[in-house]
Write a protein that binds this ligand. Structure first.
Ligand code: NOJ
Length: 529
């Protein structure tokens, strides 16, 4: 019998050592995206994407004038990616397909054989290592021709995206069993158009985000329906999209209602049409947008309505919930004269609300991503409350650093703390979280930050022609967690394996020196924290 005090302690800690195991069917993976790692921007017949054109035409918008022309060179180094994923024991690898690498014009007039072979070989190599490929169709690589035709503001994009999806399913659905149609709709629609600094570099916060909302959901649903009708009968698989979930807390008790409105504005707009029982826009947002638009002098809501057929067409088009989660914000009403700025970073004019970081937050490099581990648990519970007991796959979660550094103890701590919350969510809150994806397998092109912000479990040497990948401590730690299927891992899992191996294998004085230096730095940081 468990001693009473142990039981009490367990309840206080909510997580006993025996409970630090993940469910047997829980899966661990890591993610990347095509533009951020592949390079080979014009290799072997690839067409141009909106990001290719953006980095070439707006040199200087990206830190150090960086481009994704070569990136981590995964177009050539993909075998290395598979090798390091296997070395970590990853159970799945989430990567994305570059639309114009397969369809250079964006349309089906020409299929690029080299692009087809590239992803086919990657999928085969992963499967040969027992790693499941999890494939995203769209991680922001819009073919320029489609951008020029209006991109997400053109309703025809739903059909064009469907045509692209059909080509990809017909090529790989025999081997790929988990699909994500679109990555982070909120970044594509809200963030890109309200700030105007991402491709396609259009700042139009009035209509564009909301046109994009509707057309993107229709595009997702079109791809889902094609898969359901034409492929699933022969090639079983599951399909969803990866939503970015900013967890929103009220700044004060008086802001509870506003926080709920904020969640509907941020998560609900992209989830309610798909995951709710009724479908369509979240009622509170539909009402708010209509009233606000009329007050502004427009004749109708800036958030375009769905027809009854569209509501039915979109409703239910997901077999699980894909969730990217990084951070938590506080929401409060804007004070008189205070500008709310841009959604979903500083606030929302529609909500007349300000978003702020929780006080005393720790940060990685990114100032917009305060670290709030409990936020992921709160977000998961909210999703269950809103959309029922659906399987949730965490499709991204990660921590940013700046310099070349193999001994990334802060990132390691981040993964430990967030995974502890995921475990609580599964064990205490009974949320069906089925897997966890670390962002990212390797350092990569972090959009406007270029190569200055690093999210990799593996460091990439961007000055080396082979873009050498080296595991960081966090890779070693996650490999331990995967091997044990538990957060109870030996202390050695927090030590830097790569350097330790070097020191023992080669008896290298340099490596021993670096280890010693690391130890001194860790000691100093503990003493002075
Ligand atoms: C989410 C995006 O999907 C990914 O492309 C990006 O690198 C990470 N967030 C980190 O900012």
């Amino acid at each position: 019998m468990i001693a009473c005090d142990t039981l009490v302690l367990c309840l206080i800690l909510q997580l006993c050592s025996a409970d630090r195991r993940f469910p047997a069917n829980f899966k661990f993976g890591a993610a990347t995206s095509s533009y951020q790692i592949e390079g080979g921007w014009n290799a072997d017949g690839k067409g141009e994407s909106a990001w290719d054109s953006f980095v070439h035409e707006h040199v200087g918008d990206i830190k150090n004038c960086a481009t994704g022309d070569v990136a981590a060179d995964s177009y050539h180094q993909w075998r290395e990616d598979v090798r390091i994923a296997a070395e970590m024991g990853l159970q799945f690898y989430r990567f994305s397909i570059s639309w114009p690498r397969v369809l250079p014009s964006g349309f089906t007039d020409k299929i690029n054989k080299a692009g087809v072979r590239y992803y086919s070989d990657l999928i085969d190599a992963l499967l040969a290592e027992g790693i499941e490929p999890v494939v995203t169709l769209y991680h922001w690589e819009m073919p320029v021709k489609i951008r020029d035709l209006g991109g997400w503001s053109n309703p025809l994009i739903a059909d064009w995206f469907g045509d692209y999806a059909r080509v990809i399913f017909s090529l790989y659905a025999d081997r790929v069993k988990t699909w994500l149609t679109i990555n982070e709709a909120i970044s594509i629609c809200d963030y890109a158009f309200t700030k105007g600094h991402f491709a396609p570099k259009i700042k139009e916060p009035v209509f564009a985000p909301f046109l994009c909302n509707k057309h993107l959901l229709l595009a997702h649903a079109t791809a889902y329906r094609i898969f359901e009708r034409e492929f699933r009968p022969k090639f079983p698989g599951r399909i969803s999209l990866a939503n970015y979930e900013l967890w929103i807390r009220p700044a004060t008790i008086n802001d509870t209602e506003l926080a709920e409105l904020g969640r509907q504005h941020s998560t609900g707009r992209y989830a309610h049409p798909i995951f709710s029982k009724t479908g369509g826009w979240p009622p509170s947002i539909e009402k708010l947008m209509l009233e606000y638009s009329l007050r502004q002098g427009y004749q109708r809501s800036r958030l375009p309505p769905f027809s009854t057929e569209e509501v039915e067409f979109i409703k239910g088009t997901a077999d699980f919930y894909g969730m990217n989660h990084y951070t938590t914000s506080l929401i409060r009403p804007a004070k008189p004269g205070e500008g709310p700025g841009i959604w979903d970073v500083t606030g929302s004019p529609e909500l007349n609300a300000i978003l702020e970081s929780p006080p005393d937050s720790k940060y990685g490099v990114s100032p917009i991503l305060p670290i709030v581990p409990e936020g992921i648990r709160e977000q998961l519970s909210w999703l269950k409350k809103e959309y029922g007991d659906i399987d949730i796959l965490i499709t991204e979660n990660g921590f940013s650093t700046k310099d070349y550094e193999l001994n990334d103890l802060e990132r390691t701590e981040f993964f430990k703390e967030y995974l502890e919350q995921v475990l609580l969510s599964i064990k205490v809150d009974n949320v069906s979280v089925v897997g966890y994806t670390a962002w990212s397998l390797i350092d990569n092109f972090e959009w406007l930050d270029g190569y200055t912000t690093k999210f990799g479990l593996h460091e990439v040497d961007f000055s080396h022609p082979n873009r050498t990948r080296t595991p960081r401590t966090s890779a070693h730690f996650l490999a331990c967690v995967i091997r044990n299927n538990s957060l109870d891992v030996p202390d050695s899992c927090y030590k830097h394996k790569y350097l330790a191996d070097l020191a023992t294998q080669n008896g290298s004085y340099v490596a021993r020196g670096v280890l010693l230096l690391d130890a001194i730095l860790i000691y100093i940081s503990f003493v002075f924290r």
